[in-house]
Structures are given as C-alpha cells and as structure tokens.
Design a protein around this ligand. Structure first.
Ligand SMILES: C[S@@+](CC[C@H](N)C(=O)[O-])C[C@H]1O[C@@H](n2cnc3c(N)ncnc32)[C@H](O)[C@@H]1O
Length: 261
C-alpha cells in the first residue's frame, strides 16, 4: 500500500482518479458504488469540490486569475471551469508529476506519455487499462472555455515567481506540507490585495511530515488577524476512499480570507 503522502505511487493515482473522476468512470470502483454510497452518497469527493466552489463563488468575478495549489488530477479546476464567469486564467500548481500528467491529459487532452493509463482500484486490486480519451471529451470541451494550465512545481518554488492571483485555493495541502506555518505565510504573497484565499484543512497530522510544534487545530492559528481578514469559516466534509474497503472521512475546516490592509 502506498504511503499516504506518496503522490507518485500508482495506487495513489488510482485512489485520486477514482475519487475525482468516478462519475466519468462509472465502473471505476464497484465497492464505492455499493456500500459506500449508502453511507455517504455517490461520489462524495466530487461533492466536496462542488461545496468548496459554492463557498468561494460569491467572492469570484469575471476576469479573475485563479490558482489551485495541490490540484491533484484536476477536479476542482474542472468544477471552476463550469462557472459562467470567464476567468483570465485558471492555474493548477501540483508537486506530483504523475498527477500533473493526468490532469493535463484529462482537462487539456494532452497526449499522455507511455505511463499514463487508466488506473483504478477495485477491491484493493490495481486495475490498469488504456487511458479512456473518449470519456473525458465533455471535460475537455468545458475546460477549453477557460485559459487553463497545470504547473508541475512545488508551491515553495512557485511563490518565488512573485505572481499574484485574485483567488487562491489551497485544499488539503497544509497538513501535507513540512511547515504549515511557513506555507500559510507564503500564501499571503500569492493573493492580490483585493483577492481571496480559500483554504481547507483536515488537520490530519498522522503523517508527521511537519514537526509537532506546527500541528495546529484551527485555521485561526495559521491565518491571524494581523495578516488576514476573515470573511467566512465553515465545516465541509471531505470523504475519500483509499480503496474499496477503506474510506477516510474528515470534518474539514474551510476558510475564506483576504489579506489585511
Ligand atoms: C491530500 S492531496 C489533496 C488534493 C486536492 N487538493 C484535494 O483536496 O482533493 C494533496 C495534494 O497536494 C499536492 N502537494 C503536496 N505538497 C505540495 C507542494 N509543496 N506543492 C504543490 N503541491 C503539493 C500533492 O501532490 C497532492 O496532489
């Protein structure tokens, strides 16, 4: 079983492809469709991205430059692409090369290199099939209406380019970063003065990627009022199946913040 922070492992790609694109890959995980849907509904991870989009939606407007940090295989970018609003750009910044390649193949129709196949997970057995271009045609059509790109880079390097965005999403990355406090500080430099940061954290510190003294239990501990104006906070459920027998369910905290004047 892949380590839960190893986003280059094939089992991890199968997990995210199933969670993010299960509605386009209906046979991806029969276990998900049977017992899990009775408990948490069908496609709970996709539901999460839709809730986040609705949460931030009132603060987004025509012509905004939008960034998704840790964009995985691209589902949030797809949900944002469906907006009637035309963004000036939609950018995903993703550390994993494998995830970036999948996002580019699914959202942009880029020709996948030889390792890109369809990876799904059924009863904890990895299924490897040819990449199904045809099923993602409607996704590509929607994404073609926006200026979308995927940058395969560590956010720590990306911030050094000093680009500013009107809306920055950072979902479930803070507790996967070696220094949540320094990441929170760096996010300030990415958000334009009138822009908005949408952050979601599940406070899952079991990975021990960061030191214990960085393990906070509230977004207030990372986004203090001297640097950020809090616009809204709510709890959103983040449910993701690890495989057909094992599901992670988090009550995550979501916050919308604006850089303090
Ligand atoms: C727990 S997953 C969350 C994925 C997605 N944002 C979501 O909420 O479903 C963490 C993602 O962040 C990416 N990631 C982790 N550290 C990163 C970093 N330093 N820079 C950019 N992406 C990172 C991982 O590769 C992975 O895709």
């Amino acid at each position: 079983m892949a380590d839960i922070t190893d986003y280059e492992a094939q089992a991890r790609a199968a997990m995210y492809l199933t969670a993010e694109w299960g509605d386009y890959l209906p046979q991806a995980n029969p276990m998900m469709a049977s017992w899990l849907s009775r408990i948490v509904g069908s496609h709970p991870t996709i539901q999460f991205y839709r809730e986040v989009t609705a949460f931030a939606g009132p603060y987004m407007k025509e012509g905004d430059a939008v960034l998704d940090i840790g964009s995985a295989t691209g589902r949030l970018l797809f949900e944002l692409s469906k907006s009637p609003v035309s963004f000036s750009s939609l950018t995903g910044c993703e550390l994993s090369k494998q995830f970036s390649d999948y996002a580019r193949a699914i959202l942009l129709g880029e020709r996948p290199h030889k390792d890109i196949c369809l990876l799904t997970d059924s009863h904890s057995v990895l299924q490897v099939e040819a990449f199904p271009y045809a099923v993602f045609a409607p996704v590509r059509d929607v994404c073609a209406t926006q200026r979308l790109s995927i940058v395969n880079e560590n956010i720590d390097a990306f911030v050094k380019k000093r680009k500013k965005f009107d809306t920055v999403f950072c979902l479930n990355v803070i507790d996967r970063h070696p220094s949540p406090k320094s990441l929170a500080k760096a996010l300030r430099s990415l958000v334009s003065p009138s822009g908005v940061l949408c952050v979601v954290c599940s406070f899952d510190w079991r990975t021990n990627i960061s030191s214990k003294k960085e393990h906070v239990e509230s977004l207030d501990d990372l986004f203090d009022c001297s640097s950020w104006t809090r616009l809204a906070v709510k709890e959103i459920d983040y449910v993701i199946a690890q495989h057909g027998h094992h599901v992670h369910a988090y009550r995550a905290q979501a916050g919308l913040f604006r850089p303090a004047p």
